[in-house]
Design a protein around this ligand. Structure first.
Ligand code: DAU
Length: 339
Protein backbone atom coordinates (compact mmCIF):
# COMPACT_ATOMS: atom_id res chain seq x y z
CA UNK A 1 0.00 0.00 0.00
CA UNK A 2 1.39 3.39 -1.02
CA UNK A 3 0.62 6.72 0.60
CA UNK A 4 -0.04 9.39 -2.02
CA UNK A 5 -0.12 13.12 -1.36
CA UNK A 6 -2.59 14.81 -3.70
CA UNK A 7 -2.42 18.60 -3.61
CA UNK A 8 -5.43 20.60 -4.74
CA UNK A 9 -7.55 17.53 -4.11
CA UNK A 10 -10.68 19.57 -3.36
CA UNK A 11 -10.69 21.18 -6.80
CA UNK A 12 -12.25 19.83 -9.96
CA UNK A 13 -9.76 17.35 -11.43
CA UNK A 14 -8.03 16.83 -8.07
CA UNK A 15 -11.23 15.67 -6.34
CA UNK A 16 -12.05 13.28 -9.17
CA UNK A 17 -8.50 11.95 -8.89
CA UNK A 18 -8.77 11.42 -5.12
CA UNK A 19 -11.98 9.46 -5.64
CA UNK A 20 -10.42 7.56 -8.53
CA UNK A 21 -7.48 6.42 -6.37
CA UNK A 22 -9.71 5.41 -3.47
CA UNK A 23 -12.00 3.46 -5.82
CA UNK A 24 -9.43 1.75 -7.99
CA UNK A 25 -6.35 1.18 -5.76
CA UNK A 26 -5.60 0.34 -2.15
CA UNK A 27 -3.53 3.53 -1.79
CA UNK A 28 -3.84 5.85 1.17
CA UNK A 29 -4.57 9.37 0.02
CA UNK A 30 -3.64 12.57 1.82
CA UNK A 31 -5.37 15.58 0.30
CA UNK A 32 -3.67 18.94 0.92
CA UNK A 33 -5.87 21.80 -0.22
CA UNK A 34 -6.04 25.47 0.77
CA UNK A 35 -9.81 25.59 0.03
CA UNK A 36 -9.65 28.76 -2.02
CA UNK A 37 -12.61 29.80 -4.17
CA UNK A 38 -12.68 26.69 -6.37
CA UNK A 39 -11.78 24.17 -3.67
CA UNK A 40 -14.91 22.49 -2.34
CA UNK A 41 -15.14 19.68 0.19
CA UNK A 42 -18.60 18.84 -1.17
CA UNK A 43 -16.69 17.27 -4.09
CA UNK A 44 -15.31 14.67 -1.67
CA UNK A 45 -18.40 13.61 0.28
CA UNK A 46 -18.20 10.11 -1.18
CA UNK A 47 -14.78 9.49 0.40
CA UNK A 48 -14.73 11.88 3.37
CA UNK A 49 -15.14 9.09 5.95
CA UNK A 50 -13.08 6.49 4.09
CA UNK A 51 -10.33 4.93 6.26
CA UNK A 52 -7.72 5.42 3.49
CA UNK A 53 -8.50 9.11 3.00
CA UNK A 54 -7.31 12.09 5.02
CA UNK A 55 -7.81 15.80 4.44
CA UNK A 56 -5.28 18.44 5.52
CA UNK A 57 -6.06 22.10 5.00
CA UNK A 58 -2.99 23.98 3.86
CA UNK A 59 -1.38 25.93 1.07
CA UNK A 60 1.39 24.58 -1.16
CA UNK A 61 3.23 27.88 -0.67
CA UNK A 62 3.52 27.13 3.07
CA UNK A 63 6.63 24.95 3.70
CA UNK A 64 5.42 23.85 7.15
CA UNK A 65 2.03 22.69 5.90
CA UNK A 66 3.73 20.88 3.02
CA UNK A 67 6.33 19.18 5.24
CA UNK A 68 3.63 17.98 7.64
CA UNK A 69 1.47 16.63 4.82
CA UNK A 70 4.47 14.79 3.33
CA UNK A 71 5.10 12.63 6.40
CA UNK A 72 5.30 8.99 5.32
CA UNK A 73 4.33 9.81 1.74
CA UNK A 74 5.62 7.68 -1.17
CA UNK A 75 4.48 9.83 -4.07
CA UNK A 76 3.09 13.30 -4.81
CA UNK A 77 0.60 14.39 -7.45
CA UNK A 78 0.45 18.17 -7.74
CA UNK A 79 -2.90 19.54 -8.91
CA UNK A 80 -2.78 22.66 -6.72
CA UNK A 81 -3.03 25.63 -9.06
CA UNK A 82 -4.78 28.80 -10.03
CA UNK A 83 -6.29 27.65 -13.30
CA UNK A 84 -8.55 30.20 -14.94
CA UNK A 85 -7.08 32.15 -17.86
CA UNK A 86 -9.54 35.06 -17.58
CA UNK A 87 -8.72 35.58 -13.91
CA UNK A 88 -5.00 35.58 -14.74
CA UNK A 89 -5.69 38.50 -17.08
CA UNK A 90 -7.12 40.49 -14.16
CA UNK A 91 -4.55 39.53 -11.52
CA UNK A 92 -1.52 37.34 -12.17
CA UNK A 93 0.24 37.44 -8.78
CA UNK A 94 -1.69 34.57 -7.22
CA UNK A 95 -0.85 32.45 -10.29
CA UNK A 96 2.86 33.04 -9.80
CA UNK A 97 2.50 32.34 -6.07
CA UNK A 98 0.69 29.01 -6.41
CA UNK A 99 1.68 27.65 -9.82
CA UNK A 100 5.37 28.59 -9.71
CA UNK A 101 6.41 29.22 -6.10
CA UNK A 102 4.02 26.60 -4.68
CA UNK A 103 5.40 24.01 -7.09
CA UNK A 104 8.92 24.90 -5.99
CA UNK A 105 8.01 24.53 -2.27
CA UNK A 106 6.51 21.14 -2.99
CA UNK A 107 9.44 19.95 -5.11
CA UNK A 108 11.94 21.03 -2.49
CA UNK A 109 10.05 19.26 0.30
CA UNK A 110 9.59 16.16 -1.87
CA UNK A 111 13.32 16.09 -2.56
CA UNK A 112 14.12 16.25 1.15
CA UNK A 113 11.54 13.58 1.91
CA UNK A 114 13.00 11.40 -0.89
CA UNK A 115 9.61 10.60 -2.39
CA UNK A 116 9.62 7.87 -5.04
CA UNK A 117 7.51 9.70 -7.60
CA UNK A 118 6.39 13.29 -8.24
CA UNK A 119 3.72 13.89 -10.87
CA UNK A 120 3.35 17.49 -11.95
CA UNK A 121 -0.03 18.14 -13.55
CA UNK A 122 0.67 20.66 -16.28
CA UNK A 123 -1.36 21.77 -19.31
CA UNK A 124 -1.38 21.86 -23.10
CA UNK A 125 -1.48 25.66 -22.81
CA UNK A 126 2.28 25.72 -22.23
CA UNK A 127 2.75 25.09 -25.97
CA UNK A 128 0.79 28.20 -26.92
CA UNK A 129 -1.59 28.44 -29.85
CA UNK A 130 -1.15 25.68 -32.46
CA UNK A 131 -2.29 26.86 -35.88
CA UNK A 132 -1.70 23.50 -37.57
CA UNK A 133 -0.43 20.04 -36.62
CA UNK A 134 -0.17 18.81 -33.03
CA UNK A 135 2.24 19.57 -30.17
CA UNK A 136 4.78 16.97 -29.19
CA UNK A 137 6.41 16.81 -25.77
CA UNK A 138 9.73 17.91 -27.31
CA UNK A 139 8.24 21.09 -28.82
CA UNK A 140 9.37 24.45 -27.46
CA UNK A 141 7.11 26.13 -24.90
CA UNK A 142 5.34 29.32 -25.92
CA UNK A 143 2.90 30.20 -23.14
CA UNK A 144 0.86 33.25 -24.08
CA UNK A 145 -1.31 34.07 -21.05
CA UNK A 146 -0.19 34.87 -17.51
CA UNK A 147 -1.85 31.59 -16.48
CA UNK A 148 -0.01 29.53 -19.09
CA UNK A 149 3.29 31.26 -18.28
CA UNK A 150 2.91 30.34 -14.62
CA UNK A 151 2.06 26.73 -15.45
CA UNK A 152 5.10 26.64 -17.74
CA UNK A 153 7.20 27.94 -14.81
CA UNK A 154 6.02 25.08 -12.57
CA UNK A 155 6.50 22.57 -15.39
CA UNK A 156 10.10 23.72 -15.97
CA UNK A 157 10.88 23.78 -12.25
CA UNK A 158 9.70 20.18 -12.00
CA UNK A 159 11.96 19.17 -14.90
CA UNK A 160 14.87 21.00 -13.30
CA UNK A 161 14.41 18.97 -10.11
CA UNK A 162 14.76 15.81 -12.16
CA UNK A 163 17.86 17.03 -14.03
CA UNK A 164 19.56 18.57 -11.01
CA UNK A 165 18.62 16.32 -8.12
CA UNK A 166 17.31 13.20 -9.80
CA UNK A 167 13.89 13.65 -8.19
CA UNK A 168 11.75 11.10 -10.06
CA UNK A 169 9.47 13.63 -11.70
CA UNK A 170 6.90 12.93 -14.43
CA UNK A 171 4.89 15.72 -16.05
CA UNK A 172 1.48 15.42 -17.66
CA UNK A 173 0.23 18.08 -20.07
CA UNK A 174 -3.51 17.66 -20.26
CA UNK A 175 -6.01 19.28 -22.58
CA UNK A 176 -9.31 21.01 -21.73
CA UNK A 177 -11.03 18.85 -19.15
CA UNK A 178 -14.75 18.75 -18.40
CA UNK A 179 -17.24 16.81 -16.29
CA UNK A 180 -19.20 17.06 -13.03
CA UNK A 181 -17.96 19.33 -10.21
CA UNK A 182 -16.21 21.88 -12.43
CA UNK A 183 -16.42 25.41 -11.05
CA UNK A 184 -18.84 27.45 -13.19
CA UNK A 185 -16.24 29.87 -14.52
CA UNK A 186 -14.94 27.46 -17.19
CA UNK A 187 -16.86 27.55 -20.43
CA UNK A 188 -18.78 24.25 -20.23
CA UNK A 189 -20.19 24.54 -16.69
CA UNK A 190 -20.72 28.30 -17.14
CA UNK A 191 -22.74 27.79 -20.31
CA UNK A 192 -24.72 24.84 -18.92
CA UNK A 193 -25.72 26.66 -15.73
CA UNK A 194 -26.45 29.95 -17.56
CA UNK A 195 -28.58 28.12 -20.10
CA UNK A 196 -30.54 26.32 -17.36
CA UNK A 197 -31.43 29.80 -16.05
CA UNK A 198 -32.10 31.25 -19.55
CA UNK A 199 -29.15 33.59 -19.12
CA UNK A 200 -26.93 34.62 -22.06
CA UNK A 201 -23.96 32.46 -23.12
CA UNK A 202 -21.06 34.89 -23.72
CA UNK A 203 -19.06 33.41 -26.59
CA UNK A 204 -15.70 35.11 -27.10
CA UNK A 205 -14.69 36.52 -30.49
CA UNK A 206 -16.03 34.59 -33.45
CA UNK A 207 -16.62 31.36 -31.51
CA UNK A 208 -14.25 29.48 -33.83
CA UNK A 209 -11.45 28.79 -31.33
CA UNK A 210 -10.69 25.10 -31.04
CA UNK A 211 -10.15 23.11 -27.85
CA UNK A 212 -9.47 19.36 -27.49
CA UNK A 213 -11.97 18.09 -24.92
CA UNK A 214 -11.04 15.41 -22.38
CA UNK A 215 -13.51 13.82 -19.97
CA UNK A 216 -12.33 14.15 -16.38
CA UNK A 217 -12.39 10.40 -15.69
CA UNK A 218 -10.14 9.76 -18.70
CA UNK A 219 -7.77 12.49 -17.52
CA UNK A 220 -7.60 10.88 -14.06
CA UNK A 221 -6.88 7.46 -15.57
CA UNK A 222 -3.97 8.94 -17.53
CA UNK A 223 -2.47 10.62 -14.47
CA UNK A 224 -2.88 7.42 -12.42
CA UNK A 225 -1.08 5.49 -15.16
CA UNK A 226 1.80 7.98 -15.18
CA UNK A 227 1.96 7.75 -11.38
CA UNK A 228 2.17 3.99 -11.74
CA UNK A 229 4.30 3.47 -14.84
CA UNK A 230 5.63 6.80 -16.11
CA UNK A 231 9.38 7.01 -16.72
CA UNK A 232 11.20 9.45 -14.44
CA UNK A 233 12.06 12.69 -16.21
CA UNK A 234 9.45 12.14 -18.94
CA UNK A 235 6.64 14.36 -20.16
CA UNK A 236 3.28 12.99 -21.32
CA UNK A 237 0.68 14.84 -23.36
CA UNK A 238 -2.88 13.81 -22.46
CA UNK A 239 -5.64 14.57 -24.93
CA UNK A 240 -8.54 12.58 -26.33
CA UNK A 241 -8.47 14.02 -29.85
CA UNK A 242 -11.89 15.69 -29.49
CA UNK A 243 -11.08 18.96 -31.25
CA UNK A 244 -14.22 21.08 -31.39
CA UNK A 245 -14.92 24.74 -32.16
CA UNK A 246 -16.44 26.63 -29.22
CA UNK A 247 -19.60 27.35 -31.20
CA UNK A 248 -20.11 23.59 -31.76
CA UNK A 249 -19.78 22.85 -28.04
CA UNK A 250 -22.16 25.70 -27.23
CA UNK A 251 -24.80 24.49 -29.69
CA UNK A 252 -24.57 20.98 -28.30
CA UNK A 253 -25.14 22.20 -24.75
CA UNK A 254 -28.21 24.13 -25.92
CA UNK A 255 -29.53 21.11 -27.82
CA UNK A 256 -29.07 18.85 -24.76
CA UNK A 257 -31.03 21.29 -22.63
CA UNK A 258 -33.64 22.09 -25.29
CA UNK A 259 -32.79 25.80 -25.05
CA UNK A 260 -32.88 28.34 -27.92
CA UNK A 261 -29.81 29.48 -29.88
CA UNK A 262 -30.91 33.04 -29.14
CA UNK A 263 -29.18 32.67 -25.74
CA UNK A 264 -25.79 32.85 -27.51
CA UNK A 265 -24.16 36.29 -27.40
CA UNK A 266 -20.91 37.04 -29.22
CA UNK A 267 -18.87 39.21 -26.86
CA UNK A 268 -15.51 41.01 -27.28
CA UNK A 269 -12.69 38.47 -27.39
CA UNK A 270 -10.34 37.39 -24.59
CA UNK A 271 -7.06 39.32 -25.08
CA UNK A 272 -4.37 37.05 -26.55
CA UNK A 273 -6.96 34.28 -27.00
CA UNK A 274 -5.18 31.13 -28.20
CA UNK A 275 -6.82 29.93 -31.39
CA UNK A 276 -6.28 26.22 -31.11
CA UNK A 277 -4.66 23.56 -28.96
CA UNK A 278 -3.83 20.12 -30.30
CA UNK A 279 -1.76 17.35 -28.76
CA UNK A 280 0.16 14.42 -30.18
CA UNK A 281 -0.53 11.72 -27.58
CA UNK A 282 1.62 8.92 -28.98
CA UNK A 283 3.67 8.66 -25.76
CA UNK A 284 0.82 8.26 -23.27
CA UNK A 285 -0.90 5.83 -25.62
CA UNK A 286 2.30 3.77 -25.81
CA UNK A 287 2.26 3.67 -22.00
CA UNK A 288 -1.16 2.00 -22.22
CA UNK A 289 -3.73 4.80 -21.99
CA UNK A 290 -6.66 5.44 -24.28
CA UNK A 291 -9.74 7.58 -23.61
CA UNK A 292 -12.80 5.52 -22.70
CA UNK A 293 -15.46 8.19 -23.22
CA UNK A 294 -17.02 9.53 -26.39
CA UNK A 295 -17.14 13.34 -26.27
CA UNK A 296 -20.81 13.84 -27.15
CA UNK A 297 -21.94 11.19 -24.64
CA UNK A 298 -19.73 12.54 -21.88
CA UNK A 299 -21.00 16.06 -22.56
CA UNK A 300 -24.60 14.80 -22.29
CA UNK A 301 -23.73 13.08 -18.98
CA UNK A 302 -22.17 16.32 -17.75
CA UNK A 303 -25.21 18.41 -18.74
CA UNK A 304 -27.46 15.93 -16.91
CA UNK A 305 -25.26 16.12 -13.82
CA UNK A 306 -25.66 19.92 -13.63
CA UNK A 307 -29.42 19.61 -14.17
CA UNK A 308 -29.66 17.08 -11.34
CA UNK A 309 -27.21 18.77 -8.95
CA UNK A 310 -28.37 22.35 -8.64
CA UNK A 311 -27.70 22.12 -4.91
CA UNK A 312 -23.99 21.80 -5.80
CA UNK A 313 -23.66 24.79 -8.14
CA UNK A 314 -26.38 27.27 -7.15
CA UNK A 315 -24.68 28.27 -3.88
CA UNK A 316 -21.44 28.83 -5.84
CA UNK A 317 -23.08 31.30 -8.24
CA UNK A 318 -23.32 34.10 -5.70
CA UNK A 319 -20.83 36.11 -3.62
CA UNK A 320 -17.32 35.92 -5.07
CA UNK A 321 -18.51 34.33 -8.31
CA UNK A 322 -21.16 37.00 -8.92
CA UNK A 323 -18.63 39.81 -8.41
CA UNK A 324 -16.23 38.09 -10.82
CA UNK A 325 -19.01 37.53 -13.36
CA UNK A 326 -20.04 41.19 -13.34
CA UNK A 327 -16.44 42.29 -13.79
CA UNK A 328 -15.69 39.79 -16.53
CA UNK A 329 -18.93 39.95 -18.49
CA UNK A 330 -20.88 43.11 -17.56
CA UNK A 331 -19.24 45.41 -20.10
CA UNK A 332 -18.81 42.61 -22.65
CA UNK A 333 -22.49 41.64 -22.61
CA UNK A 334 -23.45 45.29 -23.04
CA UNK A 335 -21.40 45.23 -26.27
CA UNK A 336 -22.55 41.79 -27.45
CA UNK A 337 -24.31 40.71 -30.65
CA UNK A 338 -26.60 37.76 -31.30
CA UNK A 339 -25.78 34.59 -33.25
O1 DAU B 1 -6.19 23.52 -22.22
C1 DAU B 1 -6.15 23.19 -20.85
C2 DAU B 1 -6.65 24.36 -20.09
O2 DAU B 1 -8.04 24.46 -20.33
C3 DAU B 1 -6.38 24.31 -18.61
O3 DAU B 1 -5.00 24.32 -18.40
C4 DAU B 1 -6.99 25.52 -17.93
O4 DAU B 1 -6.82 25.44 -16.53
C5 DAU B 1 -8.46 25.59 -18.25
O5 DAU B 1 -9.00 26.78 -17.70
C6 DAU B 1 -8.70 25.54 -19.73
O6 DAU B 1 -8.33 26.78 -20.38
P1 DAU B 1 -9.26 27.50 -21.47
O7 DAU B 1 -8.98 28.95 -21.44
O8 DAU B 1 -9.17 26.80 -22.78
O9 DAU B 1 -10.71 27.15 -20.82
P2 DAU B 1 -12.03 28.01 -20.69
O10 DAU B 1 -13.10 27.10 -20.23
O11 DAU B 1 -11.83 29.28 -19.95
O12 DAU B 1 -12.34 28.41 -22.21
C7 DAU B 1 -12.52 27.42 -23.20
C8 DAU B 1 -12.78 28.13 -24.53
O13 DAU B 1 -14.03 28.82 -24.44
C9 DAU B 1 -11.74 29.19 -24.85
O14 DAU B 1 -11.52 29.23 -26.25
C10 DAU B 1 -12.39 30.50 -24.39
C11 DAU B 1 -13.87 30.23 -24.63
N1 DAU B 1 -14.79 30.92 -23.70
C12 DAU B 1 -14.56 30.77 -22.36
C13 DAU B 1 -15.38 31.40 -21.45
C14 DAU B 1 -15.16 31.25 -19.97
C15 DAU B 1 -15.85 31.68 -24.18
O15 DAU B 1 -16.06 31.79 -25.40
N2 DAU B 1 -16.66 32.31 -23.27
C16 DAU B 1 -16.47 32.20 -21.93
O16 DAU B 1 -17.25 32.80 -21.16
Amino acid sequence: MRRILVTGGAGFIGSHFVRYLIETTDDEVVNLDALKYAGNLANLRAVAAHPRYRFARGDVTDPEAVAAALAGVDAVVNFAAETHVDRSLMEAGSFIATDVYGTYVLLEAARRAEVQRFVQVSTDEVYGSVESGSSRESDPLDPRSPYAASKAGGDLKARAYFSTYGLPVCITRGSNTFGPNQYPEKVIPLFITNAIDDQPLPLYGDGQNVRDWLYVRDHCAAIALVLERGHPGELYNVGAGNERRNIEVTERILAELGKPRSLVRFVPDRPGHDRRYSLDCTKIRALGWAPQHVFEEALATTVRWYVENEDWWRPLKSGEWAAYYRRQYGERLARSRPL
